[in-house]
Design a protein around this ligand. Structure first.
Ligand SMILES: [Cu+2]
Length: 117
C-alpha cells in the first residue's frame, strides 16, 4: 500500500514536470537581451537582432576613453543614457515595430543597428 502511494506520487510528479517543461518550450518568450561593447572600433557587435513585442535588456559596456560614444541614444525610443567607462549600463525597451533602428553616440557619428523581426 505504501509502495503504491509512492509510485502514484512519482507518477504525478513526472506528469507535472512534463507539463511544465512543455509549457516552457511552447510558451511565449518573456525577455531577450544583448550585450554591446564600445571599443576604439565602435560598437561591438555593430548590429543586434531582436524580436518584436518582447521586452529587451540591452547592456552597454564602454571599454575605452578613446571614443566619443560616452552616451547611447535610441532616437526612435526617446532614450539617451550616459555610458560611464567600464560600467555596464542596461537599456530596457520593448521593440514595437519590425524594421531597422539606429542607436548612436550623442553626436550621431557612431551608429549601431537594431534589427527588429
Ligand atoms: Cu560621437
Amino acid at each position: 500500500m505504501k509502495n503504491r502511494n509512492i509510485i502514484a506520487a512519482v507518477i504525478v510528479m513526472l506528469a507535472v514536470f512534463a507539463v511544465s517543461a512543455a509549457a516552457q518550450t511552447k510558451g511565449k518568450q518573456r525577455s531577450q537581451s544583448a550585450r554591446i561593447k564600445i571599443t576604439q572600433m565602435g560598437y561591438e557587435p555593430g548590429s543586434i537582432t531582436l524580436k518584436r513585442g518582447i521586452p529587451a535588456q540591452l547592456t552597454f559596456l564602454r571599454l575605452t576613453d578613446n571614443t566619443c560614444a560616452t552616451e547611447v541614444v535610441f532616437p526612435d525610443y526617446g532614450i539617451n543614457r550616459p555610458l560611464p567607462l567600464n560600467k555596464a549600463v542596461t537599456v530596457r525597451l520593448t521593440p514595437k515595430k519590425a524594421g531597422e533602428f539606429a542607436f548612436t553616440c550623442g553626436m550621431n557619428m557612431h551608429r549601431g543597428k537594431m534589427i527588429v523581426r
